[in-house]
Design a binder for this molecule. Structure first.
Ligand code: AMP
Length: 287
């Protein structure tokens, strides 16, 4: 393997062994958990972890338990060799890419469920999704025992849910939230964007434009959730006949709806363009 390439690890036992000496020596371990098909959004997390930690581990694992029966698990892009190159460029020390049998071969009977925070936004549309995410992330936290774990603001609900899991289970891990990285046209980078055809790629930034329009309306004084949602729906409808899973304004901390809007507001949306589901969000402070 060329110099600067991360060490690829396939088993939990080897992963634990690889980190043991560093952990006992008091070195800071940073984790970036990914589904792979790495892009500049992932790279920004890896770069920050490299700056702040002594040892950087990236997991590249398309976790089956966070996909629903009608979702794109089989079609999810997989390209480990390219991911290893990205990790090499960003100075990652270890890439953990286990097989499903390694992660779930024993026939797992345990699931982590964070209540309430998963009842809104993506939760009802993707039943079981956050249970799958929390369970696999808890497994990773247990396998790597990182000091810091880096997550992207793009998945805002995931962050709120994982922060709650860490607090409720007293896990000694700091969750570091990293900003959303976008294409020049505003589209939030996502591995799934690779599944959009050229025409759909041109239409996809309508989600970001809708969120911006919602944010602008709030900044100009709009205070009702329904009013802001209606404005956002118009922007998406003007771009094409896309299914809107939700376009909402919620409390950024609790994810609960609120009227009138006040405090830190999460303006969040999910739409489907063809079979590709896009999510994005912006945060607005309301005085
Ligand atoms: P995924 O591979 O989609 O599960 O993403 C792995 C991590 O990268 C998650 O913490 C995501 O929030 C983060 N991430 C994905 N896309 C972006 C982006 N465009 N900007 C910043 N972080 C991102």
């Amino acid at each position: 393997m060329p110099a600067g390439q991360p060490i690829l690890i396939r088993t939990i036992a080897e992963m634990r062994q690889a980190l043991k000496a560093g952990r006992y020596a008091g070195r800071r371990i940073g984790l970036v958990a990914t589904l792979g098909a790495l892009h500049d959004g992932h790279a920004s997390l890896l770069r920050r972890a490299r700056r702040e930690c002594d040892i950087v581990v990236a997991s590249v694992y398309v976790n089956p338990t966070q996909f629903g029966p009608n979702e794109t698990f089989a079609k999810y892009p997989r390209r480990l060799q390219l991911d290893l190159e990205v990790c090499g460029r960003e100075g990652v020390d270890f890439v953990f890419a286990p097989a499903d049998a390694e992660m779930y071969g024993g026939g797992s009977l345990t699931t982590i469920h964070v209540a309430r925070l998963t009842d809104r936004l993506c939760g009802p549309i993707r039943p079981g999704h956050f249970d799958g995410v929390c369970t696999v992330v808890a497994k990773f936290f247990n396998i790597f025992q990182p000091n810091l774990a880096y997550f992207g603001q793009k998945d805002a609900q995931q962050i709120v849910v994982l922060q709650r899991m860490v607090a409720d289970l007293n896990l000694p891990i700091e969750i570091v939230v990293c900003p959303t990285i976008r294409e020049p046209d505003g589209l939030a980078m996502a591995s799934r964007n690779a599944c959009l055809d050229p025409c759909q790629l041109q239409q996809a930034p309508c989600l970001y434009r809708a969120l911006q329009t919602g944010r602008d309306a709030i900044e100009k004084g709009a205070r009702t959730s329904e009013g802001v949602a209606a404005i956002m729906r118009e922007v998406v409808a003007a771009a094409g006949p896309f299914a809107i899973d939700y376009l909402e304004t919620v409390d950024a901390r609790t994810l609960e709806p609120m009227d009138p809007l006040c405090g830190t507001v999460l303006v969040a949306g999910a739409i489907r363009i063809g079979t590709v589901r896009l999510i994005d969000n912006l945060v607005v402070e309301v005085a």
